[in-house]
Design a binder for this molecule. Structure first.
Ligand code: S3P
Length: 183
């Protein structure tokens, strides 16, 4: 993406609507949102970062101090706020599509794109990070596979577009996304 755009004005986004990137932790939502904003003139919203910034503490600290439900409430409020936006790429938290009202808020003015990856790929991507409270003491493939399976139905029901990311770099994923959006 940088290669293509080095020193050039960014292209107008080819999608003309909001894009909500959903998927399991480590599925590549933040990476793809960043790549899209490098390539196109779109605003990117990284939900976790914005929530952490507004609360003044990390996501792990929010979970520790106030609990998961409090965090889920912040996610829902932020999504409702984002309904007023146009032409943004939103990188959602991995658990965002678990609430029906969140899915409804995303679908109201956007396209929901599910990024998938195998439990093994996810494990490789998250094994050295420490900013995901749900995985902190569970960084192993069986746990990841179990949680992914529990969530699968809701992820799939929310998705307008599904992109598998195993063994693909971010440019390949962005190209596939652009093709699927233009169909
Ligand atoms: C969560 C995923 C995280 C973050 C929080 C909970 C989840 O976001 O929102 O730790 O429930 O899957 P990422 O998917 O960006 O890691």
């Amino acid at each position: 993406m940088e290669e293509k755009n080095a020193g050039k004005a960014k292209e107008a986004a080819p999608f003309g609507r909001n894009i909500f990137l959903i998927g399991f932790m480590g599925s590549g939502k933040s990476t793809i949102a960043a790549a899209l904003s490098e390539a196109y003139a779109v605003e990117t919203v990284e939900m976790d970062s914005l929530i952490a910034e507004r609360e003044g503490i990390s996501i792990s600290e929010i979970f520790d101090r106030f609990g998961e439900e409090y965090f889920r409430g912040l996610e829902t409020n932020l999504l409702k706020e984002l309904q007023a936006k146009r032409n943004v790429v939103v990188s959602c938290g991995g658990g965002t599509p678990m609430r029906e009202e969140n899915v409804a808020a995303m679908k109201q003015n956007g396209t929901v794109v599910l990024l998938t990856a195998s439990p093994d790929t996810i494990y490789q991507r998250v094994k050295n990070s420490h900013d995901r409270p749900l995985l902190e003491n569970n960084k192993n493939i069986p746990y990841i596979a179990g949680l992914m399976e529990q969530r699968r139905e809701k992820y799939e029901a929310a998705a307008d577009i599904v992109i598998e990311t195993d063994k693909k770099d971010r440019i390949a994923v962005c190209k596939e996304l652009a093709q699927k959006l233009l169909k």
